[in-house]
Design a protein around this ligand. Structure first.
Ligand SMILES: Nc1ncnc2c1ncn2[C@@H]1O[C@H](COP(=O)(O)OP(=O)(O)OP(=O)(O)O)[C@@H](O)[C@H]1O
Length: 587
């Protein structure tokens, strides 16, 4: 929690200082009240005084109360601002940090947990800051000042107050011991609930189609029940706390008056009035002290949960992104321009087995290199090493003669036109999805946009859309068909005129005719670029300059279509399952 305070800005610290000033003023006013009360008690008890004399201390009492109210408004205003601005800053930092994470870190935390951390956990910290700051500053000042004011009065009264404070501390300790583990659980359970909810919402159509509602409801219910139990436990503890504190306060009042009654009874006549007014003042101050501890106990009650939340936020902020910016921005392409894999092996950070083994190949400018192999043979993984979504475990991946690890990430990505296996579209328009991110080498003109969509064979459907290029695309492209989404994803890559195209099985949702037309157009448009194509269909990669056949992460064949038909058994098997006898014979 303390660590999170280092994210306060200078302005926040200034506001904290101002708030502290107002809190001191408020405490001074609150503690002044009993003095006037004592004066009024004296006046009322002394014979011969008129009612008019009570007005003056009465008016001061009113002034103190109003002043204290205004001071408390000011404090609440400042503290709420400090808490809100800290929460905003933390949200921004968390978002930036998550953006810099590699897939490894994102998978490690899980998307659901990252969402809970950026929302729920930050709210917990904001709440404790809003409430805690004023209490943590106010309570010790109030308690300390009030203790000074009552010191030197009857030791019996002091002892009874001390007992009450000790009981309160005991109560707080009980809460901490029992509630902290539950609070830790609550955050974890909230993650779990988010994960289940997210999974259900994204898979809603499949769940309905397979009548799996009841199974998943069971999963949701289990997560929900566990969270409810944890909340109920802490809620019950809290509901017990309140009456217990009330009991301690009332007990203290009773004890002070009881002791007072004995003291007054035992005193002689002239001292009785003094003792009575002392008793009134003492009980007021004692109440203030107990109130201060009660406020503190409320904070202690909230603190464990906020501490857990703060820890979880710090965990994300302190995680060093596994993929570091290499910083290099090679200006002119070197003589070695192209892509080279040098004996690359790779295993996922959480995996035991190597997914790629000793892969080596070179792709020069203007060449098309294709990758084929059974599912899970490592094709997508291989492509993912080029934009550094993952880091090669062994060996080197070179782009234009420079290891991808040495590149400034933005400079590396500017060279690439990446089309993932599953087209990803963002809420916005067709235009905002195609002209996405920085424009790469494109001029960013409307002409570029139309050209890219036309090459990707999307012109026809985009122009039919309401508002054409400005037509709405919903989040994830849910208002478009699978093939339409893929075409826009391809147009996005074409638009930025990259030096290297990475097509990760990007033609699978296209019909054969569109696939063929698109590839012919692409071939013409991307003549000077390197094309790396992952595909399942032989038809898509037949014309590639070189085809690499992958099997369990190893390159088991390389060459042109005809060469592989002759030499590579795995390729022959794939080909014979897809092509007719005539096609196989013709090659
Ligand atoms: N994030 C991940 N963490 C751990 N293992 C993974 C991860 N992603 C993929 N794998 C594993 O790596 C292997 C290769 O996966 P990859 O996606 O590269 O195969 P692929 O050849 O592209 O398959 P497909 O043609 O079905 O897309 C698979 O066995 C898969 O289980």
């Amino acid at each position: 929690m303390i660590k999170i305070m280092k994210y306060f800005s200078l302005k926040d610290w200034l506001f904290i200082l101002v708030s502290t000033g107002f809190i001191v003023f408020q405490v001074w006013l609150d503690l002044k009240l009993p003095d006037y009360l004592a004066e009024i008690t004296q006046l009322v008890q002394t014979e011969g005084n008129s009612l008019g004399e009570v007005w003056e201390p009465g008016a001061f009492m009113m002034l103190c109360a109003v002043g204290s109210l205004i001071a408390s408004f000011v404090v609440v205003y400042f503290v709420a601002r400090i808490a809100a601005s800290l929460a905003k800053r933390l949200r921004e930092m968390l978002f930036d940090q998550v953006e810099s994470f590699s897939m490894d870190e994102i998978n490690r935390f899980s998307t659901a947990s990252l969402i809970t951390r950026s929302t729920n956990d930050i709210t917990q910290v904001q709440l404790i800051m809003a409430m805690g700051l004023q209490v943590i500053i106010k309570a010790p000042i109030l308690a300390g000042w009030a203790i000074v004011k009552i010191s030197g009065k009857s030791w019996q009264w002091t002892a009874s107050s001390a007992v009450s404070v000790a009981l309160l501390l005991l109560l707080i300790a009980v809460v901490i011991v029992f509630a902290v583990p539950k609070f830790k659980m609550i955050q974890g359970l909230t993650d779990q609930l988010n994960r289940v909810t997210r999974e259900q919402l994204t898979g809603l159509r499949v769940i309905r189609a397979y009548n799996a509602e009841s199974n998943l409801e069971g999963k949701f219910d289990a997560a929900n029940q566990r969270l409810t139990h944890a909340h109920l436990f802490t809620g019950r503890l809290m509901s017990l706390m309140m009456p217990m504190m009330g009991l301690i306060m009332s007990g203290l009042s009773l004890a002070i008056y009881w002791i007072g009654a004995y003291l007054i009874d035992g005193a002689n006549m002239p001292n009785r009035l003094g003792l009575f007014s002392d008793m009134v003042i003492f009980s007021s101050y004692a109440m203030q002290i107990v109130m201060a501890f009660m406020m503190l106990s409320m904070v202690f009650f909230m603190l464990p949960r906020a501490t857990v939340a703060a820890k979880r936020i710090m965990e994300v902020l302190k995680t060093e992104p596994g993929i570091k910016d290499g910083g290099k921005t090679p200006s002119a392409p070197s003589a070695a321009s192209g892509i080279e894999f040098r004996d690359v092996s790779f295993k996922y950070p959480d995996g035991e087995e190597y997914v790629l083994r000793n892969v080596s190949f070179t792709a020069r400018k203007g060449e098309t290199i294709a990758f084929i192999g059974s599912t899970g043979s490592g094709k997508s993984t291989l492509l993912n090493l080029i934009p550094r979504f993952y880091e090669a475990t062994e060996g080197e991946v070179l782009v234009d003669g420079v290891n991808v690890k040495d590149y400034a990430l933005s400079s590396l990505h500017r060279k690439l036109g990446y089309v993932p296996q599953k087209a990803v579209l963002f809420s916005g328009t067709v235009a905002s999805n195609v002209a996405f991110g920085d424009h790469g080498a494109a001029a960013g003109s409307e002409e570029d946009l139309h050209r890219a969509v036309e090459i990707a064979q999307g012109k026809e459907f985009v122009e039919k859309m309401e508002n054409g290029y400005e037509g709405a695309v919903s989040q994830g492209g849910t208002n478009l068909s699978g093939g339409q989404k893929q075409r826009l994803a391809i147009a996005r890559a074409v638009y930025r005129r990259p030096e290297i195209y990475l097509f990760d099985d990007s033609f699978s949702a296209l019909d054969y005719r569109t696939d063929r037309v698109l590839r012919t157009r692409l071939k013409r448009e991307t003549a000077g670029a390197i094309n790396l194509i992952v595909a399942q269909r032989i038809g898509t990669i037949k014309d590639a300059d070189m085809i690499l056949v992958l099997d369990e992460g190893k390159v088991v064949g390389r060459g042109t279509h005809q060469e592989l038909l002759r030499t590579c058994e795995v390729y022959q098997q794939i080909a014979s399952s897809q092509l007719s006898k005539e096609e196989l014979e013709i090659g």
